[in-house]
Each structure stands twice: as structure tokens, then as C-alpha cells.
Design a protein around this ligand. Sequence first.
Ligand code: SF4
Ligand code: SF4
Length: 62
Amino acid sequence: MAMKIDPDECTACGDCATACPNEAISRKRAYFVVNAEKCDECEQQESPQCQGACPGNCIEFL
Ligand code: SF4
Ligand code: SF4
């Protein structure tokens, strides 16, 4: 499992990429994307760090 970023809502601020402990998020053109092979849904944390960091609330579970 992994997270998914809604490209229509993402403003490419980069906050999610900074928050991700697995370096699973990177920029793709005008928005950011999650690498599903690296994302473990933050199983070592209480909740997905990217979701908490996103000001646009545009990251959901796949
Ligand atoms: S859930 Fe965690 S590991 Fe997955 S993309 Fe978000 S911050 Fe990174
Ligand atoms: S924190 Fe949200 S708005 Fe910012 S780059 Fe990530 S998904 Fe896009």
C-alpha cells in the first residue's frame, strides 16, 4: 500500500517531500508524486507524515 497525491489539488509546495522519512515523494512537473515502492505508509509513525504536512489536504491512501 501507499499514498496518492491528487495532482489537481497539489500546489507543488514540497512540504510533503520534506516530511517523508523514506524519501518517497518527489516532484513531477507541476505537482509531486509518491513512489509506491518506497512508501510504507509511515508504519513506524502514528500517521502518514506527508498527510499531516500537506496544507492542501490532497494526499490520500491509495
Ligand atoms: S506515508 Fe510516509 S512514507 Fe509514505 S509518502 Fe507519506 S510520508 Fe512518505
Ligand atoms: S504538501 Fe501537498 S500541496 Fe505540497 S507538494 Fe505535497 S501534496 Fe502537493
